[in-house]
Write a protein that binds this ligand. Structure first.
Ligand SMILES: Cc1ncc(COP(=O)(O)O)c(C=O)c1O
Length: 366
């Protein structure tokens, strides 16, 4: 039996009526840009993630850019982030005008090591962007303590962590702002690009909205030079139709992760995902470590099992950051992990039979 890495078509089939109705309603109302569907999704998403304000935008990359620009980062400012993430997290620090400072991960959760954060702080540091990678919260208690001590802002990159919690508190409510992606494969995914910034601060929310809407909230009154980064009505209506299912889908991912854990934890060469105490992992990805990762991936592919590597090159070692001349010994965990990590098929609808297939195929790898 072939097992896909994710199955967006299957998810659509389970809620086809609601999605088709949502799309038809937006077309009927010609509510393509802003309007009631976008307002409703912003309200509902804010409530789902316990945020006071949600400003939607075109994607999770813009969300990072908008949040940092609203915080007025300046040339010379340094922003600390993890060595292990999708490139948007780091690239938007540069595009917002600051300098990226990478920190290693903690070696067990794939998230930023608070000790490395503390060591990376200089008089020019203005903020920290932890990423709740694969769906597991970073150590927000330690990160917030460091931020308070050094008077730094924190923006949480929640692109992979919808509904995750740290010590019972929803991610995205620790820092001054948090960014989300609704890329189709995310735990809450649109049918195209979509993103949002959430914050408890009404002034920041207004600045972000102003920036994202050509620099003005009233047509033809441009207070500043902004950009055009909007969630469109179709995506908003689709996301609203999916939002009531998010908690159930998250639970299904967590149950699937438990099945993988119990099927794989006896296999010596494999490290299953470690979840630190107090962290509610939402398993956007189920990522194992294996010393012969590429051979294992090829073995699974030959049996029709799709896998992925997120990400094959840690950020400091991408060509985009050649200018920093980083060495592997500066980020030993992220560097080692880039050769060992493998993400297995994971989606809310995955069946125990499909998972059994994956587990057996891994067991048969010598
Ligand atoms: C951790 C992280 N940050 C930011 C992004 C950017 O989101 P988007 O693809 O919506 O621009 C993504 C998604 O790919 C991500 O995984």
């Amino acid at each position: 039996m072939a097992v896909p890495y994710a199955d967006l078509q299957l998810q659509y089939q389970t809620i086809k009526g609601a999605i088709d109705d949502a799309i038809a309603a937006v077309i009927r109302d010609s509510a393509f840009i802003r309007g009631g569907y976008v307002d409703r999704f912003e309200r509902d998403f804010a409530s789902a993630v316990s945020a006071r304000h949600c400003v939607s935008c075109a994607n999770g990359t813009d969300a990072l850019y908008l949040a940092m620009t609203a915080l007025k980062v300046r040339p010379g400012d340094e922003v600390i982030t993890t060595a292990h993430s999708w490139i948007s997290t780091a690239a938007m620090i540069t595009h917002a005008g600051a300098t990226v400072k990478f920190c290693d991960t903690d070696g067990v959760t794939f998230t930023i090591d608070p000790a490395a954060v503390e060591a990376a702080i200089t008089p020019r540091t203005v903020g920290i962007i932890p990423v709740h990678l694969y769906g597991q919260p970073a150590d927000m208690a330690a990160i917030m303590a460091i931020a308070e001590k050094h008077r730094l802002w924190v923006i949480e990159d929640c692109a992979q962590a919808h509904l995750a919690r740290f010590d019972g508190q929803p991610v995205g409510t620790f820092g001054v702002a948090a960014t989300y992606s609704f890329y189709p494969g995310k735990n809450l995914g649109a049918m195209g690009d979509a993103g949002a910034v959430v914050t408890k601060d009404p002034d920041i929310a207004e600045r972000i909205a102003t920036l994202a809407r050509h620099g003005g909230l009233v047509k033809h009154q441009h207070q500043i030079e902004g950009i055009n980064s909007r969630l469109d009505g179709l995506q908003a209506a689709i996301l609203s139709a999916k939002l009531p299912h998010l908690a159930g889908w998250t639970k299904a991912r967590q149950e699937a992760a438990k099945r993988y854990d119990s099927g794989l934890n006896q296999i010596e060469a494999i490290q299953i995902p470690h979840v630190s105490s107090g962290r509610d992992h939402v398993y956007h990805l189920y990522t194992i470590k294996h010393p012969q990762r590429d051979e294992l991936a090829a073995h699974l592919a030959a049996r029709g099992i799709q896998t992925a590597v997120n990400y094959p090159t840690a950020l400091p070692f991408l060509s985009a950051y050649n200018r920093f001349d980083h060495r592997p010994d500066e980020f030993p965990n992220a560097f080692q992990d880039q050769r060992r990590i493998l993400s297995l098929p994971m989606f809310a609808e995955i069946t125990p039979a499909q998972q059994h297939e994956v587990i057996e195929a891994i067991r048969s790898f010598q």
